[in-house]
Ligand binder design. Structure first.
Ligand code: URA
Ligand code: SF4
Length: 204
């Protein structure tokens, strides 16, 4: 007979196969008009077995070109913020966005686009089964948790829902516009928020 650990391994292998299947379907998606102008569908990047899932807003130009999430300037800032607390985004996280195709001129995704796209994200989260979800920016918080409070009010506070702990943080583009490293400024605050994520990870 199989041991429990073998069952767990097989289940995790099945989830990886399902995730690849989900990606295959997602990259063919034409459910909304963002499909017309995209170069690539940006499904995600990182470790599909990670305990941390990061949700951003939408792909930008670099992401659209490369088909990978958070690989432009904002992505570099995101990576740096996580690394400053000892988290490697490619090894310790899986990263995706609310919508998988780039909105023209990097505008915010429309409600109809979010409604069409969110099932891909829900599928990813179900299969990756993270313990912690980091919501980067207000679009992620509003679209995924239906919480409309300003990000400056809710960042850094855990939200518990359905056995998952959610941590809202500033979007890395906001940190690019506010580059001061001073204590109390957005970059410093983000580091404090991510220290909480790191601590939570150690306790799992
Ligand atoms: N901004 C986002 O929200 N996501 C990306 O993938 C890139 C920039
Ligand atoms: Fe499909 Fe989402 Fe792309 Fe719209 S943004 S075409 S719903 S993958």
């Amino acid at each position: 007979m199989f041991k429990n650990t073998n069952f767990t391994k097989i289940l995790s292998m099945v989830d990886q196969v399902k995730l690849n299947l989900l990606k295959k379907n997602c990259i063919l998606c034409t459910k909304c008009s963002l499909s017309k102008e995209r170069t690539n569908v940006v499904f995600g990047r990182g470790n599909p077995k990670a305990k941390i899932f990061i949700i951003g807003e939408a792909p930008g130009q670099k992401e659209d070109e490369q088909g990978l999430a958070f690989v432009g300037r904002a992505g570099k800032m995101l990576d740096k913020s996580f690394l400053s607390v000892g988290i490697d985004t490619n090894k310790d996280c899986y990263i995706s966005n609310i919508v998988k195709c780039r909105p023209p001129n990097n505008r915010k995704p429309k409600n109809i686009e979010v409604e069409n796209c969110i099932t891909w994200l829900s599928g990813q989260i179900e299969l990756i089964d993270p313990k912690v979800i980091v919501l980067a920016g207000s679009t992620a918080v509003q679209s995924y948790l239906n919480i409309n409070e300003p990000i400056s009010k809710i960042r850094g506070k855990w939200i518990n829902k359905g056995g998952i702990k959610y941590m809202p943080i500033f979007h890395p583009s906001y940190l690019l516009r506010n580059p001061s490293d001073e204590k109390g400024k957005p970059k410093w605050l983000t580091q404090q928020d991510l220290k909480k994520v790191k601590k939570e990870l150690k306790s799992i």
